[in-house]
Ligand binder design. Sequence first.
Ligand code: CTP
Length: 406
Amino acid sequence: MKIALGVSGGIAAYKAAEILRLLQERGVGVQVIMTRAAQEFVRPLTFAALSGEKVITGLFEGGGAEPNLDSAVEHIAVAQATDLLLVAPATADLIAKFAHGIADDFLTTLFLATTAPVVIAPAMNVNMWNHAATQANLGTLRQRGVRVVEPDSGYLACGMTGPGRLASNEAIVAAALEALGVAADLAGETVLVTAGPTREALDPVRYLTNRSSGRMGYALAEAALRRGARVILITGPVTIQPPAGAELVQVETAEQLRAAVLARLGDATVVVATAAVADYTPRSRSQQKIKRDGPLSLELEPTADILAEVARRRDKQIVVGFAAETENVLENARRKLATKSLDAIVANDVAQAGIGFDSERNAVTIITRERVVEVPEAGKLEVAQRVLDEIVRLRQAAATTVRTGK
Ligand code: CTP
């Protein structure tokens, strides 16, 4: 999910840096676009450093003497890639240009070129805000579906008091997420996600592992962040990028994963175990590289069942497991739900080609004590959203039980 964050030139321009950070914490990618006037207040470098991406500052920037063709059509590419255009702060001048379709820089051109929803957070002097021209322009924009985050009243930088102060960063971010269709139904929850494979060393260069890519767990972490949760992501070695905003704990072995999970369990209100934990670990680890010297048999011992231990030790946490199966999928998953005392188990048939392990896609069945929900093949982020829907449902059911005492 990607937001284009437009920053126009006002005293409040510096606040956009905090808005950028809050959006990133919610797992949203941000492309910053600054107007020329905004650059008088804040240097583009601030936003580039925070977003880790180049900041767009003009229509025809290229660096050389000649305008660069790539950047001349960049607004179309950004317009197509963005899921939402958010402008904070939006000046009276920018609002007027948006209202009248004037496209004389990157941001105003992007506004016309994008079909994504638009949210603007105005900030200006109180008289400019109250002026009939500004109010008429805002009326035009509202009528066309632009969402306006009303400014707060208070002491303004110009020395006057009244409406015109940029709304709070939290209000702006909430409006942006709402426009993106992202529910904040996990706000207040801390979701602990385990992800990826573990590695059990045989000797200094070899280990036992599995084909887990970590994608399902990372998608869950990202989806939970977007829905307002704090996320602790405890991960085995993977090659994919973790979502921005997750508290990352990197582990290697099953025993390290167990220790990390138990250490953070007290912080969590929800635990989702997607990690493909090694079921066996070598009984002893050779200090030296094992030499090829005739047949070799490995002596393995079972690892501790982390999820079952979490369920035993839990306080009020909702505990969800994953069951990777190659046969009798539902039957095996149901058995794990019961024996591990889980609230839900997400079963997937890893024998099917193209889904599950080491793939972008998945198809699962979510089993709780009350319901069975089939999630047909979809991207892992979509599957993650359906798993979180069930977690929200379980949370609501638990709250109802507490209220009614049943
Ligand atoms: N799990 C765990 N600790 C282990 C093994 C598994 O916490 N040592 C968790 C996984 O993260 C997953 C769930 O238990 O959420 C089920 O994992 P799975 O490998 O399917 O089941 P196992 O209990 O290992 O049973 P089996 O291998 O016999 O199918």
